[in-house]
Design a protein around this ligand. Structure first.
Ligand code: AMP
Length: 214
């Protein structure tokens, strides 16, 4: 197993780049946010536990998301190449991931930090729309669907995420600064951090990521 980690503030473009990297690199996209939203939608015990935290823009407990991710990765074998989007988000999650990957004889190939100024991410999140069925991401001005509010990929309705309202966005950015920013140092000290400018079109940013990967 090897893993590429996408790191960045909410709205930095992790999900949009991930959709393209899956095709370019042949990796499997593992989005912790998508996994949690799907658990909430299905009303599983994990989803019921996560829902309150997510509505407030808070992180769900490390143990809860750690369990979901390890269930996915354990036993993946040498052919599993994952692109982790939204996990890890705290130092304890990063430590857990490192143990899990090493125990399986795998490696973390790189951690890509998508750098975007805060005013840009706020504007991106305000205009973000996601497909209610397949979770493909759009933006009302910078990445509009061909037909307003209809997913290009599957034809289902586009919606605004419940946690993309201004108050929750403020919380999510504060949580990023407090809990996730320390990961930049954590991966930097392990010589695994690659910084990529996240400003620009989705394809342009994806090209930069591919070029920056070791
Ligand atoms: P995202 O789609 O990555 O922005 O995640 C949406 C929400 O899911 C976050 O605001 C958190 O409430 C929760 N979440 C996603 N990934 C994690 C994680 N690694 N640790 C804790 N909470 C998470």
């Amino acid at each position: 197993m090897d893993a590429i980690i996408l790191l960045g503030a909410p709205g930095a473009g992790k999900g949009t780049a991930a959709e393209r990297l899956v095709k370019r690199l042949g990796v499997r996209h593992v989005s912790s946010g998508d996994l949690l939203r799907s658990a909430v939608k299905q009303g599983t015990p994990a989803g019921q536990e996560a829902e309150g935290y997510m509505k407030q823009g808070k992180l769900v407990p490390d143990e809860l998301i750690g369990r979901i991710i390890s269930d996915l990765l354990i036993g993946g074998g040498p052919d599993l190449h994952v692109l982790l989007d939204g996990f890890p988000r705290t130092v304890p999650q990063a430590a857990m991931l490192e143990r899990l990957v090493l125990a399986q004889g795998g490696q973390i190939r790189a951690t890509v930090l998508l750098e975007v100024a805060e005013n840009v991410v706020v504007a991106r999140l305000a205009g973000r729309r996601v497909c209610s069925a397949c979770a493909t991401g759009f933006h009302v001005t910078t990445l509009p669907p061909k037909v307003t509010d209809v997913c290009d990929a599957c034809g289902a309705a586009l919606v605004q995420r419940a946690d993309d309202n201004p108050a929750t966005v403020r919380n999510r950015l504060a949580v990023f600064a407090q809990d996730t920013a320390p990961l930049i140092e954590w991966y930097g000290s392990r010589k695994l951090l690659v910084r990529v400018n996240g400003l620009g079109g989705a394809d342009e940013v994806t090209d930069r990521i591919v070029q920056a990967l070791p």
